[in-house]
Design a protein around this ligand. Structure first.
Ligand code: PMP
Length: 315
């Protein structure tokens, strides 16, 4: 991975190499960080970089901070304007991935309380093409690790320490030769994939686990629910899904900011439906790819332009 040129660090843009923390930093030791992951999509026709649903990402970022009583004294708008400054400095004319990170910056080994700790935010953006190919369906397995419960580490927050759960499940699945993994919650219902939410299509209905089944409240999930209902006329049910229900489903896919949409074609050595990418999954994926790049007028309100039209012309 090539490193970015700049970082937004201690509230200003600095060369990336200067954005450093010490090994005693509280968050590095205890996993008390929170983060977001956004995408910028390059629209070649308009010579514009669109950030997808930044207000929703920064709202969730600040909600994650609230769960840890972490206060930056920054609003969604402040964060968005810092992001614009960063992306304009990088001058990206290609798809990119954006990583805001909130952390307790104190270098200490004492078990300090949030009010005594200094909360800071960093932000970087790197060129990024996406994680998986949309054409090839994934073979996934159900993990023996269970998804973290809300009574342990809130799954609705993007809390750094909680991602140890994802790391364990994903590592074991990849080592066993699978492409990805599904985690069940403590009730035995499907929760989500690694860094992705889950949808199952059964008898023409799209089903996805409810937000009370220890999922991250995914922004892609929310966008796809809208597209399924409004554009494809597919009913969507947010309800618990049993493990065995997936085996008898017609289509399934994982979705998230980095992944966009990844079809699942096999689960635990069983073909899902025909074993090929299904028609609803395929149609949805095409719709999504067009709209995130800012080619769909109807959903332009989800796409925030980075460059002023005048600047784009001048460039
Ligand atoms: N679940 C987890 C655990 C994640 O980290 C992500 C990625 N943010 C998702 C689901 C998908 O969420 P989103 O669509 O908002 O990226």
């Amino acid at each position: 991975m090539s490193l970015p040129k700049f970082a937004w660090f201690r509230r200003q843009i600095v060369p990336y190499g200067e954005a450093k923390v010490g090994v005693l930093t509280h968050t590095l030791n205890y996993g008390t960080g929170i983060f977001a992951g956004l995408r910028g999509y390059w629209n070649g026709a308009e010579k514009q970089l669109f950030v997808f649903r930044p207000a929703d990402h920064f709202r969730r970022f600040l909600q994650s901070a609230k769960l840890l009583s972490m206060d930056f004294g920054l609003s969604e708008d402040d964060l968005f304007h810092s992001l614009l400054a960063l992306l304009r400095a990088e001058d990206y004319q290609q798809d990119c991935y954006i990583r805001p990170f909130g952390y307790f910056a104190d270098e200490t080994i004492s078990s300090s309380q949030p009010g005594e700790l200094r909360a800071e935010v960093s932000m970087v953006a790197i060129p990024f093409k996406g994680l998986t190919s949309r054409e090839n369906g994934l073979h996934v397995t159900v993990s023996s690790w269970r998804r973290i419960d809300d009574t342990m580490i809130p799954a609705r927050g993007k809390i750094a320490g909680g991602y140890v759960n994802t790391f364990l499940a994903r590592t074991d699945a990849l080592r066993a030769g699978f492409d990805d993994v599904l985690l069940l919650n403590n009730d035995g219902h499907v929760s989500e994939g690694s860094l992705t939410n889950f949808f199952l299509i059964r008898n023409g209905v799209a089903c996805t686990p409810p937000i009370t089944d220890n999922i991250l409240e995914g922004i892609t999930r929310n966008s796809l629910i809208t597209l399924l209902r409004q554009e494809l006329g597919i009913p969507v049910e947010e309800r618990p899904i049993d493990r065995s229900e997936i085996y008898v489903g017609d289509e399934a896919f994982l979705c998230g900011t980095a992944t966009q949409l990844a079809p699942i074609t096999r689960i635990d050595y069983r073909a899902l439906g025909t074993g090929k990418v299904g028609p609803i999954t395929g149609a949805l994926s095409e719709l999504q790819d067009r709209l995130v790049h800012g080619y769909d007028e109807k959903y332009l309100h989800w796409c925030a332009p980075v460059y002023q039209p005048a600047e784009a012309d001048a460039g």
